[in-house]
Design a protein around this ligand. Structure first.
Ligand code: HEM
Ligand code: HEM
Ligand SMILES: [Fe+2]
Length: 457
């Protein structure tokens, strides 16, 4: 840690860890309900546990993004944060928003708009938090006078995420209109601007961990951002196939969304090339596992499994089935959960007392159990989804009858999710078992002599 104010990131990461653990409790609860009968039917029905599961996911991942940004920006701009106090106020407000939203869902207080269920007061607090966050980061960069391409992509991704939240603040009476704009937030987040955030964290980690040349890495980052924009924006139409809009969205959605995996393939190739060139020089090999792992798993979950059902001719069968859940899990985990875990693993040795730079064996167990558990979960959702499509949509069996036939896959889901949960539990224990201690690094910044002035303006 080279800047004192970077220590705020620890508390963001700590909140993210607790919410991640809680997310899994509600995931497991949701999964067991598929096996029925449900003793909690009148207290905690499936719709409530699923909303809490997915909302906790979004809140903890965003908390992780914020913490990672507060860690990365001081290093990139070579300056303390503008205001540590504001960063803490933001964290408190944000956590209160997240926790009260969850309590509200328990009492069915929400808008019912999938993934954007937060009631209006909560949404307004989200806006306030984002404004505080962007102001703090913006002022830090402005005062430092140093702005790298990597942090530029990060800030652009974060600011665009805030802007894209606006359609979610409005209420639409017509369901087609409502769903049309819902994707401006959800799709353009996960397949647009969040990819810029991921790309920036990836570039930062690869530059730091592999010692790869900043200029080369940043040129590649431009290519990736370009690909995200070309494919991702019109790719939104892959959600418009069956929602009541004109037919021309079908070819547009099919064509552009099929190009989306290119950016993900680019990121994986970029990570692999950096790793090969460096020969794994950095001592924090655990962080390197998470970094490369994230690029590869995202290519699998988002790129490959997204492509699998993005064609209109396939999607007409799979839309809204467990095939979607298969892809949603692998994509979200690979791209966004893993990149946050990579940033945490990279930053943690400097934030805690007595932790070895190369990571503990508990840390490696956490990595491999999570990877294998999530892979198994993806396969369980996939087999359940394919069975569901065949029985329900091709054979014409009723929804509940088809669900009974595919129960065995939910046993597999719970078994593999348990492996995954052990991996997450180990990560959380490993996170908290060393007391926080924020010691400034005595070593010089390895980049200080080598960074070319062209990469900073
Ligand atoms: C990191 C990137 C990605 C993440 C986190 C992600 C996540 C998700 C999630 C959570 C859903 C369900 C949304 C809902 O129903 O509310 C979804 C749907 C979908 N995704 Fe992705 N996705 C990503 C990238 C991609 C890519 C690159 C493609 C195509 C190549 C793709 C194709 C689709 C399709 C076609 C659907 C709609 C499924 C349906 O009709 O039910 N996704 N995605
Ligand atoms: C213990 C581990 C987990 C279990 C047992 C679990 C289980 C479930 C279940 C049963 C659903 C509802 C599927 C449906 O609508 O029928 C769900 C939804 C979802 N979960 Fe998980 N989950 C777990 C972990 C995760 C993780 C780690 C992530 C992301 C990083 C995640 C992301 C999602 C998403 C995005 C949805 C909504 C998908 C959709 O609407 O199609 N889950 N989960
Ligand atoms: Fe999409």
């Amino acid at each position: 840690m080279r800047y004192k104010s970077q220590s705020v990131a620890y508390w963001y990461f700590a909140v993210a860890m607790v919410l991640f653990g809680l997310q899994l409790v509600f995931g497991l609860l949701s999964a067991t309900k598929y096996l029925g009968p449900d003793p909690l039917l009148y207290i905690l029905p499936f719709d409530v546990t699923k909303v809490i599961h997915t909302n906790l996911l979004i809140v903890w991942v965003l908390t992780g993004f914020m913490g990672a940004t507060y860690w990365m920006v001081p290093e990139e701009s070579r300056s303390e944060l503008h205001s540590v106090k504001l960063a803490y106020i933001q964290l408190i407000l944000w956590t209160l928003m997240g926790v009260t939203a969850i309590i509200g869902y328990l009492f069915r207080y929400g808008t019912g708009n999938k993934l954007l269920e937060q009631p209006l007061p909560h949404k307004l607090v989200i806006v306030v938090c984002m404004l505080i966050f962007l102001y703090n980061i913006g002022m830090t960069i402005k005062k430092s006078g140093r702005f790298t391409t990597t942090e530029g992509v990060l800030v652009l991704g974060l600011a665009s995420s805030a802007v894209l939240f606006f359609p979610a603040l409005l209420h639409y009476e017509n369901y087609t209109v409502s769903i049309f704009y819902r994707w401006w937030t959800i799709h353009l987040w996960v397949e647009g601007v969040w990819m810029m955030i991921m790309g920036a964290f990836l570039a930062y980690l690869l530059i730091r961990l592999s010692g790869a040349d900043r200029e080369v890495m940043e040129k590649w980052l431009y290519v990736i951002v370009g690909l995200v924009f070309i494919a991702g924006i019109l790719g939104t139409a892959h959600h418009y196939y069956w929602v009541g809009v004109p037919q021309y969205w079908l070819p547009i959605g099919g064509f552009f969304s099929a190009l989306e995996p290119l950016a993900l393939a680019g990121m994986a190739a970029y990570a692999y090339a950096a790793m090969r060139r460096s020969g794994l020089a950095h001592p924090n090999t655990l962080a390197l596992h998470w970094t490369i792992g994230s690029a590869v798993f995202a290519l699998f979950g988002a790129g490959l499994l997204g492509l699998a059902h993005t064609w209109p001719s396939v999607n007409k069968w799979t839309h809204g089935t467990l095939v979607t859940a298969m892809h949603g899990h692998a994509a979200f985990y690979g791209a966004y959960a893993m990149i946050v875990l990579a940033m945490i693993t990279y930053a943690l040795p400097a934030m805690t007392h007595g932790r070895r730079e190369q990571g503990s064996s508990m840390g490696y167990w956490a990595f491999w159990l999570q990877i294998s558990g999530m892979f198994g979960m993806t396969l369980s959702f996939a087999t359940a989804g394919i069975g569901q499509v065949y029985l329900e949509r091709i054979m014409g069996m009723g929804y509940l009858d088809a669900q009974l036939k595919i129960q065995v896959h939910f046993l597999m889901l719970i078994a593999t999710a348990s492996v995954f949960t052990i991996g997450v539990a180990l990560f959380i224990v490993d996170f908290f078992r060393y007391a926080p201690r924020f010691q400034l690094s005595q070593e010089p910044d390895p980049e200080l002599d080598t960074t070319s002035p062209s990469s900073a303006t």
